[in-house]
Design a protein around this ligand. Structure first.
Ligand code: FRU
Length: 522
């Protein structure tokens, strides 16, 4: 792996501050310039080698997307067209560490089963292909043809500039626009364009993250090729003075609210930050507010608000062209240790896709996420969990969903374990209405990186009433926890020798059911 070093005083200062507050980042992207550091251009990738191993190695997720081999980070260019969901992603076609950044590509008709496609974009004379988005230009505003798929991405060399490429064969092949870059820039803190059509102002709007300079720039265009600056959004975050803002997404959501004081339509701005997430390293925050076609104005409330309270849900953004339905997928990893997770020949998985909704909680809009209902397609029937003995066998081999209803009159502890006595423990504090998960050295392999073991990570349950129902999605190397309504989510990687297939619940009255999830690769 190319180990890179901070070069500017600003970055050194940022690292010092981050280290002091316990948020050091082992981010291999610092100061890397592909055109200088690695001038050899990659060969054009061949068709993907889809299943060298049948995706059945130890730790290989069975119901989450992973590339057959090599490194993956951010989801990119997610767009729906003619019955197919496209998922592009930051990909190294040549190895399983970060580098040679390209857009890998996978497709699905149900957001659950994925087929890996040929790599879509590899770096060129403008630099690596960093994160970005894709839209369907149904009215041919750009002149590439009606319904062209237009990808906007960051060309990263020393500078981060915005470029575009288009496909007129449904995402199979892309042509780079001759006028690239479409937004010129001379520093390395402007990236990850997320573009959407804003009906009210009749224009395309692009959100761009400002990296270490923090904040989001908005640009507007009527043809996707020439862009004018609209506005800048920034909000200082208490206790988080120096971090990178990355991968923004601005989406409208209808607010499910009882109160007439709250507007029924809101705009939600997602921004991922690193280091400085809810616990350590990477995390995704959100702002609620209004967007008038020029400026995003955040509601006056305490920030940061977190999309997910675990360690491993980063840079999630939503699919384009899905109408009012907003489906997000995140990178299930953390820059804190992403290069060290014990996975080979692939490295990194995506989260399960999640539907985002906005609901009123405690008088304010709360962003909720639940696993998409398409998961039912790989689910067996629900079976009650038999609690006759203290520890119940869940009889799972690939993956499963567990639904546990707990009374909130007492504290409870949920333990997922396996026969090697590896365990992942979750405490529910009834009075405080919090959930605290423990990913300690007992959870499985943690020694690959000194920061992977996290003694406790806490989240508010955000439920009223006298019980809570939790949905847990457990795969070979992840545990995703949700309240049933999606008012809280917590996503974590774990590396037990074999899947946790035992459940113990102590404390308050409880009932549980489990359904097996069938591997998406078999
Ligand atoms: C976020 C990120 C993006 C960038 C990409 C490079 O994880 O740093 O800001 O475009 O990764 O791979």
């Amino acid at each position: 792996m190319r180990k890179a070093y901070f070069s500017s005083l600003v970055m050194v200062a940022a690292l010092l501050v981050a280290t002091i507050i316990g948020c050091s980042s082992d981010d291999p992207k610092q100061d890397y310039n592909p055109l200088i550091d690695d001038p050899k251009q990659p060969e054009q990738p061949a068709e993907p080698d889809d299943s060298p191993s049948g995706r059945s190695e130890q730790y290989r997720p069975q119901v989450h997307f992973t590339p057959a081999k090599n490194w993956m980070n951010d989801p990119n260019g997610m767009v729906y067209l003619d019955g197919t969901y496209h998922l592009f992603y930051q990909y190294n076609p040549q190895g399983n560490q970060w580098g040679n950044m390209s857009w890998g590509h996978a497709t699905s008709t149900d957001l659950i089963h994925w087929t890996e496609q040929a790599v879509a974009l590899t770096r060129d004379e403008l630099g690596d292909i960093f994160s970005g988005s894709a839209v369907i230009d149904k009215d041919n505003t750009a002149g590439f043809g009606a319904n062209a798929m237009v990808a906007l991405y960051t060309s990263a060399s020393g500078a981060q500039q915005q470029s575009l490429a288009y496909s007129t064969d449904g995402g199979k092949t892309f042509t780079r626009y001759a006028g690239n870059p479409v937004i010129k820039n001379d520093d390395d803190n402007l990236r990850d364009p997320k573009v959407f059509w804003h009906e009210q102002s009749g224009q395309w709007v692009m959100a761009l993250a400002k990296g270490w300079k923090m904040g989001v720039e908005f640009y507007g265009s009527t043809d996707l090729k020439s862009w004018r600056h609209l506005s800048t959004f920034f909000m200082p975050l208490a206790g988080r003075p120096n971090l990178q803002w990355e991968c923004p997404d601005l989406i409208p959501l209808n607010l499910n609210s009882q109160s007439s004081n709250l507007n029924s339509q809101k705009w939600v701005l997602l921004v991922s930050v690193n280091p400085g997430g809810p616990i350590l390293g990477s995390g995704t925050m959100y702002f609620t507010g209004q967007f008038d076609g020029t400026t995003f104005t955040a509601d006056d409330r305490d920030y940061p608000l977190w999309l997910d309270y675990g360690m491993d849900n980063y840079v999630g953004v939503t699919w384009s062209n899905t109408g009012n339905r907003k489906v997000m997928i995140g990178w299930m990893n953390n820059w804190q240790y992403a290069g060290d997770v014990p996975c080979s020949p692939w490295r990194s998985a995506m989260t399960l896709p999640r539907e985002l909704t906005l609901t009123e909680y405690d008088g304010k809009p709360l962003l909720c996420s639940t696993v998409i209902s398409e998961i039912d397609q790989i689910a067996d029937a629900w079976q009650p969990v038999n609690f006759n003995s203290q520890t119940s066998n869940l009889n799972s081999t690939d993956a499963y969903q567990l639904r546990i209803k707990l009374s909130l009159d007492k504290n409870s502890t949920i333990t997922l374990s396996n026969t090697n006595d590896e365990r992942f423990t979750i405490d529910i504090n009834a009075a405080a209405r919090t959930l605290t998960a423990h990913r300690t050295a007992q959870s499985g392999k943690t020694s690959f990186n000194g920061t992977f073991s996290i003694p406790s990570m806490q989240a508010p349950l955000n439920v009223t009433g006298n019980s809570v129902t939790l949905d847990l999605f457990v795969d070979q190397s992840s545990v995703e926890i949700f309240t049933q309504e999606g008012t809280m989510s917590m996503t974590n990687l774990v590396f037990p020798q074999s899947i946790y297939n035992q459940l113990t619940v102590t404390g308050a009255d409880h009932e549980a059911q489990v359904r097996q999830l069938k591997s998406i690769w078999k």
